[in-house]
Design a protein around this ligand. Structure first.
Ligand code: GLC
Length: 421
């Protein structure tokens, strides 16, 4: 008898009893913005150490819209290769049917997280995903340039426009030909729904569709907001902004070629990275308000973790969701990539406040951030959003006036609504 077989023969029952649960090989699908994948890799190696389960990362495109399309196809095809999906906060109603109900598994964890986030992931009583981080945008501004030109941080979009134009013109005149006033997300995809919603809501023009499912977008304030944004394209923003998503905007900003940028907190630590031209030269503020008593409006974003109904390793997949949503993982994530926690106490954590001041400063922005109408339009949200971002992109491109385009948008949304939401 060979020694291994001998050992096995002698101690089989004791050996089995002492074994932890069998290790599984899992796959997690996530989009790759900024440092998301690198950070995930680090966290997963700890998970493997703790549990013995290994996890493959299935890297998806950066765009939320592209990810959604792919996930919907995979779930429709009952794909068993992906166990855990990182899901956007807006997807819960549309993917609910093919995701595992986490209510029981997370019963002792649910109370730790922001109730609004839990609510956004609960569809007809089913908890379809569990929070990884929440998200709300910032106005990034160059402290050195505002100081050089004696300008204050803009409180309204009008002020932003004037300051951006003045600094852009002066810098270009001084030989800095690449300088832009403002970069944001103008490409036709979910990110433009966020930017557009912020412009509209900050002018008091509502949220496209209200909480009761009523279509509200066709109004004068919304039209004024979009007209104003159209005026930025080719003046303070490069014409190319019409194809910018988060990472393209960050690229321009981080090479030092923009006075202002609208982006999510992930750009904060990257902007302060060793290879960044704006390291130590910028700060963040809430987005500007619209005209005539408008308010600053931040679109509520965020990402969650969902277990596929077609996963053959659901218990291990749930362990992974618990691990990645835990206080420890959220804290590490806030420290490393400034991803905003969904556990309230972490906003008071001195280590986080020191390493990534934006996190501590962003608690009130998160509290007042505006959800997209995903709960109100249920299974139709992506179609509604697509109609909106298309309308905004066309308006920014100069194809039709804001008022006419919003009129058309209302008609298309009415048609969608008739087929039920
Ligand atoms: C961010 C947000 C997400 C949003 C996306 C749009 O990733 O967290 O909710 O849908 O940006 O590009």
């Amino acid at each position: 008898m060979r020694p291994a077989a001998l050992a096995l023969g002698l101690g089989l029952s004791t050996a089995l009893a002492a074994q932890p649960a069998l290790s599984a090989e899992l796959s997690i699908a996530l989009g790759s913005i900024g440092q998301d994948v690198a950070e995930m890799r680090q966290q997963l190696s700890k998970f493997t150490e703790e549990t013995g389960h290994t996890v493959n990362i299935v890297e998806m495109p950066a765009s939320s819209t592209d990810q959604f399309g792919q996930y919907r196809l995979w779930l429709a095809a009952q794909n068993a290769d992906i166990d855990v999906y990182r899901t956007d906060v807006i997807w819960a109603p549309q993917l609910a049917a093919n995701l595992v109900d986490l209510t029981e598994a997370m019963a002792d964890r649910v109370g730790e997280h922001l109730p609004s986030v839990i609510q956004s992931q609960t569809v007809d009583g089913k908890l379809v995903a569990f929070p990884m981080y929440t998200d709300a945008p910032a106005l990034y501004y160059r402290t050195d340039l505002l100081e050089k030109y004696g300008k204050a941080v803009p409180q309204t979009w009008e002020e932003l426009q004037a300051t951006a134009q003045e600094i852009q013109d002066a810098e270009r005149k001084a030989g800095n030909s690449q300088m832009n006033g403002f970069v944001f997300q103008g490409a036709p995809y979910e990110g433009l729904t966020c930017d557009g919603l912020e412009w509209v809501a900050s002018h008091g023009g509502g949220t496209i569709v209200d909480e009761n499912g009523e279509i509200t977008i066709n109004n004068e304030k919304a039209a004024a907001a979009l007209d104003q944004a159209k005026g930025w394209v080719g003046t303070i923003a490069p014409a190319g902004v019409l194809s910018y998503k988060e990472e393209e905007a960050r690229g321009v900003w981080q090479t030092g070629n923009a006075v202002f940028m609208r982006n999510w907190p992930y750009a904060y630590p990257l902007g302060n990275g060793e290879d960044s031209a704006v390291k130590g030269k910028f700060d963040v503020a809430p987005l500007p308000a619209g005209a005539d008593g408008g308010q600053s409006a931040a679109c509520l974003g965020g990402w969650n973790l969902a277990v596929s109904q077609f996963s053959e390793n659901q218990d291990a997949a749930i362990e992974l969701v618990k691990f990645l949503s835990s206080e420890q993982s959220q804290k590490e994530r806030a420290l490393m990539t400034a991803r905003l926690p969904t556990i309230a106490s972490l906003y008071d954590d001195p280590e986080i406040a020191k390493a990534q001041p934006i996190v501590a400063e962003w608690d009130t922005v998160i509290e007042t951030a505006i959800p997209r109408p995903s709960a109100a339009t249920k299974g139709q949200y992506n179609e509604v959003s697509k109609e909106f971002w298309t309308t905004v992109n066309e308006t920014l491109s100069g194809r039709g006036t804001a008022a006419d385009n919003l009129d058309q948008l209302e008609k298309r949304l009415r048609r969608l609504k008739r087929s039920g939401w």
